[in-house]
Design a protein around this ligand. Structure first.
Ligand SMILES: Cc1cc2nc3c(=O)[nH]c(=O)nc-3n(C[C@H](O)[C@H](O)[C@H](O)COP(=O)(O)OP(=O)(O)OC[C@H]3O[C@@H](n4cnc5c(N)ncnc54)[C@H](O)[C@@H]3O)c2cc1C
Length: 150
């Protein structure tokens, strides 16, 4: 008698998890599928955290609903497969912000695909530039983190 298959999937990000689901659906009955994840947390770069008291996606925060041919995207198909179709919501308009000393401040204008183009403006918002000394980098005390707020 043929031995059942044993499959190891390395990495429990969305790629590994989607592969595990696909294998579960298509591999012969009795196939043993094991996902190995080094970090202790599944999801990889998909992770929800908290910043300044608000839920924030630390990685991806949205996915395409359609594929290039206009059909349902693979992401939507996977969401349906795992029974989460009713939980899909369209992203609300958000505003990028800088977290400075625990407070969120709007990212100054002049961004290119969300990346600030003028570091002087960012430094002014972050409070690291001494207004009395143009070009000064100041104390460097403030911590600057970019975040997207719902
Ligand atoms: C800030 C950011 C924003 C993003 N925004 C979007 C977005 O809005 N929409 C979108 O579609 N995509 C977005 N992406 C891209 C998307 O998040 C990634 O393409 C996707 O999550 C990658 O998934 P993955 O499973 O391939 O890799 P990962 O998520 O990197 O997962 C790989 C996993 O494998 C584990 N691993 C690695 N080596 C080993 C090993 N030897 N043994 C065991 N485990 C191992 C890692 O710990 C990790 O958990 C974004 C990415 C980032 C970083």
């Amino acid at each position: 008698m043929r031995q059942p298959w044993r499959v190891a999937i390395i990495g429990g990000g969305i790629t590994g998890l989607a592969a595990a689901v696909r294998l579960r659906d298509r591999a012969p009955a009795g196939t043993e599928i094991t996902v190995y994840e080094q970090s202790g947390l599944l999801g990889g770069k998909l992770r929800t955290g908290e910043l300044a008291g608000q839920a924030v996606e630390f990685g991806a925060e949205s996915f395409l609903m359609r594929d290039p041919a206009g059909g349902e995207s693979a992401a939507v198909t996977l969401v349906r497969r795992v029974g989460l179709a009713d939980a899909i919501v369209h992203p609300t308009v958000g505003q990028a912000a800088l977290a400075v000393d625990g407070r969120l401040r709007p990212v100054p204008g002049g961004t290119l695909v969300g990346v600030p183009g003028d570091l002087e403006k960012v430094a002014a918002v972050a409070g690291t530039r001494n207004p009395d000394s143009p070009g000064s980098s100041g104390s460097g005390r403030a911590m600057v983190i970019s975040a997207t707020l719902a």
